[in-house]
Ligand binder design. Sequence first.
Ligand SMILES: [Zn+2]
Length: 294
Amino acid sequence: MGSMAVNGENGHKSLTDYAANKNNGVDCTSVAARGNYPVCDENYGYNVLRCSDEEWRVRVDLAAAFRLCHKYGFNEGINNHLTAEVPGHKDRFLVYPFGLLWNEVTASNLLLVDMEGKVISGHGQPEATAFWIHSRLHNLRPNTGAVFHTHQPEISSLACLEGFRLPMIHQNSLRFFNDIAYDDYNGLVLDDNEGRHLAEVLGDKRILLHYSHGIMVCTETVAEAFDAMYYLEQAARVTVKALSTGQKLKIVDDKVAKQFKDIMDSGPGKEYARLHLEALKRDLLKGPDKDFIC
Ligand SMILES: [Zn+2]
């Protein structure tokens, strides 16, 4: 009955009907798989790892976020990192095995690691800076189920400007009203000091703009992290174009900006983010990235 349900009703194909790739010899979408593996639900394929439903759902969403970042050019080579907690487990998180291209990440090849860096399940190792920074942010920040870090080009170019602050010039910018912390780059990190420092700098804000480097996004869910990352890049793109004219920027009044942000934070933002990721997953399942769900 839900208006956003994508299932066999009304003649629509389910999401999993679109996916046909195989993983580790398992066809995630076949009738045989349906019989042999617990079915998570139609929007999340088949839980081939037999982990908890909660973990499988986060795995699928996180794998989708990796593919989307790859598709949109948000990542660089085999670097940058997206991590997510399994709901209810503050002592572990999912991270990709270092060395994979982001369009090789799948729900089942993500690593589950503990807060000391021990791999609980999966093959491979997390990248060291990813582990140190992300483990501390997951650990120290409240309501942080997802921590995304990229050098996505538009906002990273603005992070190279002395004293830059994202100007409230467009509706997309207003999503980040009073929600961005700013910090200087301190070099590569191979211990937990920088993670602790970044958690302090972030405070209750969701976004950290790291000068001369990139961004961190810390949110409750994977969908919210991807949505924030996407719209931050859109806001940055408009800002770069507006700045390039050399004309004076027209700044939205603080009261209007705050009202917009308050409305988004009061509930719609979370639901829009979920629907956004669901829509993008449907799109992925129609193309070359459809095996993310396996
Ligand atoms: Zn980086």
